[in-house]
Design a protein around this ligand. Sequence first.
Ligand SMILES: [Zn+2]
Length: 276
Amino acid sequence: MFDVDTDRTLVAAADLVNTSVGLRSATPGLDQLTTVTQLKEYLSARAPDMRWPPSGADRTQLEKVQDLREKVQRIWSAAPIESDAPVRVLNELLHGVGLRVARGSDGEYRAEPVPASKELADVMTASVATAIQHLVVRDETARMRTCKGEGCDAVIIDLTRNRSRLFCDFGNCANRAHVRAYRARQAAHRRTFSSTPEATAPAGPSTRHMDAHTDTLDSPRLVKPSAAEKAAQIEVPTSQSAVAAKEFRDRMRDELMEKREKKSAKKLKKEKKAKK
Ligand SMILES: [Zn+2]
């Protein structure tokens, strides 16, 4: 979305926040940054892309990284940023961070942070704070989100062009949300049927789909109807607006057919005249 290094750093920053205690896709998660070993694990998982050497991890650095995590979490939870308080936290992180121009990992020149020292926590702080700074000055902090999944506190960084990312990768947050939305739609359909007695449930595939699968939460068919089922649902509209839309489509089609028939009849007449 931005440049390759900024994107990577933002993902690493989200991962850092997600080592905190909290719910991950409805499952309680423990703090995963309580020991030097855990910090080394976090760093190793991001090496060599992040240039955050695990060898630099010790007790002092762990405490400083925990402090960095807490500050990044505060900034993240305030996003989209529209007040000065989270910016002040960001400026604390940027304190002592310099700037130089260097080639990024893609070979392009760009401004690169110069950390306050070569200590691991300072190196991490410089790159994370600089990446978040990009979001703030470009008014893109809405990309720092919390997963929309029920019972999930995981943070996500949305690097999609159309800002469409809503769910984390920890569990099945997206799937659970789609199932819930599907059930809500089906409930709305049932309410429509019961309030308009003349609109009886058509015996099409969509009804079968609803009856057979309403209570089987984990059925993938609930989430992804087949192409044939989708087509059948269009042919057998189930909501009032869909009924109206189908009626309109059918009427237009009929009118078009009528016009065509008239036209060809005229043409025939003309041809007959010409022959005479
Ligand atoms: Zn989630």
